[in-house]
Design a protein around this ligand. Sequence first.
Ligand code: PLP
Length: 246
Amino acid sequence: MTHIVKTNLEAIRQEMLLACQISGRNIDDVTLLLATKTVPLEKLQVAIQEGATLFGENKAQELCGKLPLMEQYKQVEWHFIGHLQTNKVKDVIHHVTLIHSVDRLKLGQALHNQLLKENKTMDILVQVNTSYEESKFGVPPEEALELVRQLSQFETLTIKGLMTIGKLHATNDETRGCFRLLRQVQAQIIEMKLPRVEMGILSMGMSGDFKVAIEEGATLIRVGTNVFGPRYLPDEYYWNENKPIY
Ligand SMILES: *Cc1c(COP(=O)(O)O)cnc(C)c1O
């Protein structure tokens, strides 16, 4: 029987294609990242067999738990998408190619210090709290320019763009507003013409709002639930399913 992850992945790719067609965009300009928090290795293996090449992890500890998978599948790239504590920087920088969640100078400084020590460099995104929800991490939009300016002093870091989490449980118009705001901040930062600041990546859109995000210019969407299923239910729940969950 077809594995649910395969079915879901195919459905997502179709929807991505449709969203690109609607907004006159090229599908090659939108990357699909699979958010892997709490997802068992077996499901990740299915995703890899179905051609998934980019995973995003939220916690340093869970990331390190996936090291055997990284060893086995060298073609898979890992990003860090969760809140990053400064004392976890060491554990993360060896395993990921992009950190989406840099939202404060102190974290930038901690990354820079560790990278200098190890003679390494790192690509990062600056996370912006476009929904102004207190529960979310991210720099407020009006402070983003100053943060990027400060972060651009660290020569070990390349700022590749911005990341945001759209307002959850909101209307399409509300989330669209979040994504538009991120794009405005991006435009302002481009104007500043700072060293090591590229702004080519807009990481926005999750299971509930990735289509809107694509319409609003996302170049990278982060999808978990729609591919792997709701995280609060046991895996047994899906074993007899062969249609998309949502
Ligand atoms: C979990 C997570 C996602 C994926 O969310 P879904 O709603 O499950 O698709 C995306 N981005 C971040 C930062 C996440 O933590």
